[in-house]
Design a protein around this ligand. Sequence first.
Ligand SMILES: [Zn+2]
Ligand SMILES: [Zn+2]
Length: 146
Amino acid sequence: MAITKEKWIIMLRAAGLKVTPIRIHILELLAKDHQLLSIEGIHSSLKKGTADFVTVYRCIRKFEEVGILTSVALGDGLIRYELREDTHSKDSHHHHHLICRICKVVELIQECTIKQIPPWLKKLGYSELDHRLDFFGVCPKCQRAA
Ligand SMILES: [Zn+2]
Ligand SMILES: [Zn+2]
């Protein structure tokens, strides 16, 4: 189910941010197929003339500051952003990433095998434990091209 514009407006207001068309655009862009994009990627995906790079940059930093977005480092030096899991649509959930080392395509992996906190981790006494897990490999397309 797609998140409606009203939901973004509510979300921005709840975060104490002004509702602007550009902010809505960026949220819609990232929500589409749960995209993982760099600031450059967001800027170039927006319709030409929608916003300059600095505006997009400031917007992303603001979103990160208030916790709407999280940054994801995939080991290639480029910082990508995604919507925080609890801000995704209802049918979305915890996920992992699968990244092609060559073309940098990022796939979302919905399966998680870490359903339970292992005893050795439990022993350390932390609460609200969460994890991140990214897989790296060479995608079929790049294998064929090789
Ligand atoms: Zn590839
Ligand atoms: Zn997981």
